[in-house]
Write a new protein. Structure first.
Length: 289
């Protein structure tokens, strides 16, 4: 990270819309010696809607401690406007654990971007229900944990994973982890588990989706990244993308196109989460990308 990045802070806000919000927030920050370098906002309706805002600001001249800034913002601004809000600091890197099975394309994309400094996170470990990718992961200097799981051992395997993750994961990324997580597991990480899924949900569910797509003669295939909830593959969508397909594409071609999309879509979704560019609004997301 550059020195400038280490001084960056981010403020996310959601509240009922009314006049004066932007002025109150920016004036407060100005009086505490910070410089706003990025500001995005969205309201769901011209009147009576819900208001969302993301600011980035620089902190070299911040005149109070982090805790004092948060307390003052709550008392002076947030309570007045009924805000849900959060301040984060880029220097405090999230700890991102990755769960994977046998397909390595999404995992390798994340590890490659992390190694190049494009993802401002720490990766404490990769957990897999198969041993196949150990060597590839450990070449990046990342810890690899093999936790086998089947129908009979599912509960024990999840307990083992939670034990491994305990206190070491702010975010979990399912980089083609081909097991369903229990509602109890998911509940421990609300809006902090990101999954990548082939196609546009809920199209082509079940086994061998690219063969299903081929048999239907689809002209567009895609990928979806979403937060994981207790409702299977129904969580808030973060990012989607598509690629054209033609009659010349066989099943292996569709798989290649789809996996390339999955890598890109997942990487974007993870980066936006890490940079606090996402606000969850019910089962939707506001993404200030």
């Amino acid at each position: 990270m550059t020195a400038a990045s280490d001084t960056t802070a981010r403020l996310l806000i959601a509240c009922p819309d009314r006049p004066g919000i932007v002025s109150a927030v920016t004036t407060f920050l100005y009086h505490h010696g910070v410089n706003v370098t990025e500001l995005d906002q969205h309201s769901t309706d011209p009147e009576g809607g819900r208001f969302f805002m993301r600011l980035e600001f620089q902190t070299p001249h911040l005149d109070v401690s982090r805790s004092a800034l948060a307390q003052a913002f709550d008392e002076v601004v947030a309570r007045r406007f009924g805000m849900q809000w959060h301040i984060s600091y880029a220097a405090d890197r999230l700890r991102m654990a990755i769960l994977v099975s046998k397909h390595d394309h999404a995992l390798m994309e994340l590890l490659w971007r992390w190694q190049r400094g494009e993802l401002g996170v720490e990766i404490p470990m990769v957990i897999s229900n198969h041993p196949d990718l150990r060597d590839a992961v450990e070449r990046f200097g990342v810890r690899y944990e093999h936790v086998p799981v089947d129908g009979a051992t599912h509960a024990r395997a999840e307990a083992r994973m939670l034990d491994l993750l305990g206190g070491q994961a702010d975010l979990i990324v399912l980089a083609r982890y081909m097991r369903i997580l229990s509602p109890e597991f998911v509940a421990g990480f609300p809006n902090r588990i990101i999954n990548i899924h082939h196609s546009f949900l809920p199209a082509f569910v079940g086994a061998d989706p690219y063969r299903q797509a081929y048999e239907r003669g689809v002209k567009v295939i895609g990928a979806t990244a979403h937060y994981v909830t207790s409702d299977l593959d129904q969580g808030p969508i973060i990012e989607q993308d598509t690629v054209r397909a033609t009659h010349r594409h066989e099943v292996p071609d569709l798989r290649h196109l789809g996996r390339d999309l999955e890598r890109q879509v997942l990487a974007r979704a993870v980066r936006w989460h890490v940079e606090d560019r996402i606000i969850v609004n019910g089962n939707k997301t506001i993404v200030f990308a």
